[in-house]
Design a protein around this ligand. Structure first.
Ligand SMILES: *[C@@H]1O[C@H](CO)[C@@H](O)[C@H](O)[C@H]1NC(C)=O
Ligand SMILES: *[C@@H]1O[C@H](CO)[C@@H](O)[C@H](O)[C@H]1NC(C)=O
Ligand SMILES: *[C@@H]1O[C@H](CO)[C@@H](O)[C@H](O)[C@H]1NC(C)=O
Ligand SMILES: *[C@@H]1O[C@H](CO)[C@@H](O)[C@H](O)[C@H]1NC(C)=O
Length: 260
């Protein structure tokens, strides 16, 4: 019984060891969605046999599988640790196990499959993580949906602001803010059952996932009904003040003149 136990433990241990000392590259297995114009971080980790302590990683490469025949070779590189070119593709990993790639200024054309490849100083010891990771660049849209009223927005009208990114990301999050102050709603829809003048302002929808975020703004201008605009003085105050002013300008000099 004891022997069996020991055997199991040894087996488990050796299983762990083989796994961690294999050649490998790990990325998210689901597509990564991101918003055009923003940045995304592509998580990636890699490993190689640690049995030889002298092994050194000499070159790291990321290639785009968009326009080629399925090999991670020279013209497909978007990042090459051996060259110093500046681009939207920035390696933020290391020489040991982290191969995370940051992509800035996302364009629709950046959508596609990417693979990480690394080369060591041991003759013919190189590895490409195949299949790669898929990036999907989408637009973030905020639409205004009128539920009542038409023409300019007026008090009492109802509407929805709907934030939409064409993707099927399960763990994304929508955050709304008004004039840069976060609102207490979550979800892609901001519902206004009856607008007031105070709802005027600029609204921002921010869409977030673990790898990226993006935002989009929309402005609302709500017209008050005549005489009920709380941002202005009521008509009667204006009339009284104007009358008072005319009295001061016209009547007082007249009185003073008459007394002379
Ligand atoms: C929109 O306005 C037009 C005239 O300005 C009116 O005829 C129409 O009924 C309005 N529609 C709605 C849904 O209020
Ligand atoms: C935000 O919403 C939560 C519940 O959804 C509520 O308990 C809290 O008071 C709200 N805060 C504000 C500032 O409205
Ligand atoms: C507007 O928003 C409300 C609340 O989120 C929702 O129930 C309704 O279906 C939305 N209507 C439209 C037309 O989007
Ligand atoms: C996102 O990140 C959190 C914390 O870092 C983690 O717990 C969660 O599993 C991640 N979600 C996904 C889908 O990767």
């Amino acid at each position: 019984m004891k022997m069996l136990h020991l055997a199991t433990i040894l087996l488990t241990l050796s299983g762990v060891l083989t796994q961690s000392s294999d050649w490998g590259v790990k990325y998210p297995d689901k597509p990564i969605y991101a918003v055009r114009g923003f940045s995304v971080s592509i998580p990636c980790s890699y490993s190689y046999p640690t049995s030889n302590p002298n092994i050194q990683v000499t070159q790291k490469l990321w290639c785009s599988m968009n326009s080629n025949k399925g090999r991670c070779l020279d013209p497909t590189y978007v990042y090459n640790s051996a060259s110093n070119t500046k681009s939207d593709f920035v390696y933020v990993g290391d020489d040991k196990s982290d191969c995370t790639l940051l992509i800035h200024n996302l364009q629709f054309s950046y959508s596609g499959e990417y693979r990480f490849r690394f080369i060591t100083d041991q003759p013919s010891d190189r590895y490409t993580g195949d299949p790669g990771v898929t990036l999907q660049v989408a637009d973030l849209k905020v639409s205004l949906i009128r539920l009542s009223g038409n023409g300019t927005l007026k008090q009492g009208d109802s509407l929805n602001l709907t934030c939409d990114v064409k993707c099927t990301h399960s763990s994304s999050q929508f955050v709304w803010s008004k004039n840069n102050e976060q609102l207490n709603t979550s979800g892609p829809v901001l519902h206004f059952p009856a607008l007031t003048v105070r709802d005027s302002g600029s609204y921002t929808c921010t869409w977030k996932t673990n790898e990226t975020s993006g935002f989009k703004m929309i402005s609302l201008q709500v017209e008050g009904l005549t005489g009920e605009n709380p941002d202005h003085w009521p008509i009667w105050i204006i009339v009284v003040l104007t009358a008072g002013l005319i009295f001061i300008i016209v009547a007082i000099p007249a009185v003073i003149y008459n007394r002379r």
